[in-house]
Design a binder for this molecule. Structure first.
Ligand SMILES: [Mg+2]
Length: 268
């Protein structure tokens, strides 16, 4: 359940290419002159979607899911206003009547992981993922990024092989998954879109051999490292789970109110 959150925490200090594009970096950093490894907007919105899907109930229709998502994302976004949201999303968080704004930002994919855990079929998983995206990121690419992330998680946790998952991703979503992490790394770009982030997160996951290795792949790509590690981390958690020591380090960096929601989500 913590896959996206701990990926976000690990990636948080390496944004803007800080680790020098290597997989060899300390997983958790304690701040001295600068902030140590910390949760950001990716964690706050992941928790918000968890709470929204719990409130809506397993069989809720799309309209109810959208309503609960708006309520919960605004509540948590306002409670943690400085977590690092995108420029337009911060207006959305505070809007009286928030409307989708055609975003294809990677925010729809980094917050969706609750949908990847909760449902019995891939169709239902994708329907819910779509609803969580539509409230703000209703551009087709924004929706696709959320659906793909949740679908990969569903397949991973129900026993599909990496090859089967890859085939599904290409057939259903059309992402280019031909490039390896080594081939993607020299791009050195920082683009916070689903079109840019999904192929990178997918490559990190397909090549990764464990939760830790997947997150190291994602961070080594540089750029938007917290979000890349959140998306890839969610996929890897669904396939491998997270080792206890990494889980404990990550949980220790979360405040009580966010922890409480994830702990409750883990019991349903
Ligand atoms: Mg972030």
């Amino acid at each position: 359940m913590y896959g996206a959150i701990i990926g976000d925490i690990i990636g948080s200090v390496f944004e803007f290419d800080a680790p020098g594009w290597t997989k060899n970096f300390p997983l958790f950093v304690d701040g001295f002159y600068t902030r140590g490894s910390h949760f950001t907007d990716d964690t706050v919105m992941t928790v918000a979607v968890m709470e929204a899907l719990m409130k809506a109930g397993r069989d809720a229709d799309a309209e109810t899911i959208r309503k609960e998502c708006i309520r919960s994302m605004q509540k948590w976004g306002q409670r943690y206003p400085d977590a690092g949201y995108g420029g337009r999303f911060i207006y959305w968080v505070h809007a009286k009547d928030p409307k989708p704004y055609g975003s294809y930002g990677n925010g729809s994919a980094m917050r969706v992981s609750a949908a990847g855990w909760l449902y019995d079929t891939i169709e239902r998983t994708r329907e819910v993922a779509r609803a969580t995206a539509e409230v703000s990121h209703n551009h087709p690419e924004g929706i696709k990024g959320a659906e793909c992330t949740a679908a990969v998680m569903f397949l991973a946790r129900t026993g599909a092989s990496k090859e089967e998952i890859k085939d599904y991703v290409v057939k259903e979503f059309g992402y280019d998954v031909s490039r390896s992490v080594d081939e993607l790394r020299p791009l050195h770009d920082h683009v916070e879109s689903c079109q840019d982030s999904l192929p990178k997160a997918l490559a990190s996951f397909f090549e990764g051999t464990s939760y830790e290795d997947t997150v190291r792949n994602a961070v080594s790509l540089g750029g938007d490292t917290d979000t890349l590690a959140a998306i890839a981390g969610a996929m890897a958690d669904a396939m491998y789970g997270i080792p206890d020591d990494i889980l404990a380090e990550g949980r220790a960096r979360l405040p009580e109110d966010l922890l409480k929601v994830v702990e409750k989500f883990a019991t349903i």
